[in-house]
Design a protein around this ligand. Sequence first.
Ligand SMILES: Nc1ncnc2c1ncn2[C@@H]1O[C@H](COP(=O)(O)OP(=O)(O)OP(=O)(O)O)[C@@H](O)[C@H]1O
Length: 318
Amino acid sequence: MLKQALITILKTKAPMNLVIEGLSKTYPNGTQALKGVSLEIPTGMFGLLGPNGAGKSSLMRTIATLQDADAGSIHLGDIDVLNEKPKVRQVLGYLPQEFGVYPRMTAYQMLDHFAQLKGIKNAKERKATVRALLEQTNLYRERNIKLGNYSGGMKQRFGIAQALLGQPKLIIVDEPTAGLDPAERNRFHNLLSEIGEHMVVILSTHIVEDVTNLCRHMAIIHKGEVLLKGNPREVVEAAQGKVWKKMIAKVELPQHQQQYNIVSSHLFDGKVIVKAFGDECPDESFEASIPDLEDVYFSQIKAKEEATNAQIPNQIQE
Ligand SMILES: Nc1ncnc2c1ncn2[C@@H]1O[C@H](COP(=O)(O)OP(=O)(O)OP(=O)(O)O)[C@@H](O)[C@H]1O
């Protein structure tokens, strides 16, 4: 019975792609949060990577039918997301950035309540579904603990359990691992990757490691624009021979930032390792470094920042 319920939860008919085309959004205060975003997101884990304020939540909320766009389209399979909101809500599981729970209810009571709201009326079916989800998210043993006493990681796993109710075809998780300790993060990663085998899972995050570890496809977004998209491994391969590193004293950092295209700096053993990005080795004081996704991410963000800053004087002249 339990196994059957789990299979039912995870079963999807045909794989569904999420296709976003030319999506734009400007808030009433004039902030342009999305500027013509286009993405094709297949079944599996998709990482949407960007710093704070990049536009990730705006995009997630629009896909989750919680806010409207000014222009563009979103299709999930044959569902027109912007114009068929009730249909989307039937196949959507959403774990928002701020996920509120009733602290005095136990996980079991709350999930049972959510299951009723999702329309699972049959008590026997609901019991099996709730149990299967608590098992899957590794919370069954803690099912009778009040949610107010859950740790951050347990709350996030509970958030996934509620998002999985109703056999979703699309799961959206917004910044889910912020604030989790390494063990909890690891557990959460395992859970997400298991789910990602069966449906479209969009993971919005500013934590590069989450995307490296989990995602088959990704995009980097900043200032409302998609800067790069692809497979994380291929994206990193394309940066081979372009990352250069050097160890310096802390006091030398400002001068290096001025002189070279430094994309990141990490403290190491009381010193600083700086990394520069470029086709040529900056000079003989640098050595070649094996690139990783963080190098690519920082170089993209920096290039975008510089391009935006370079535009400002032109705008003033006009
Ligand atoms: N309701 C709103 N009204 C006005 N501006 C908004 C609103 N929501 C977001 N913004 C602005 O839109 C831009 C994108 O914000 P968004 O929350 O989508 O980014 P984010 O990548 O999710 O960042 P964070 O991780 O900090 O939430 C930011 O400049 C933000 O200040």
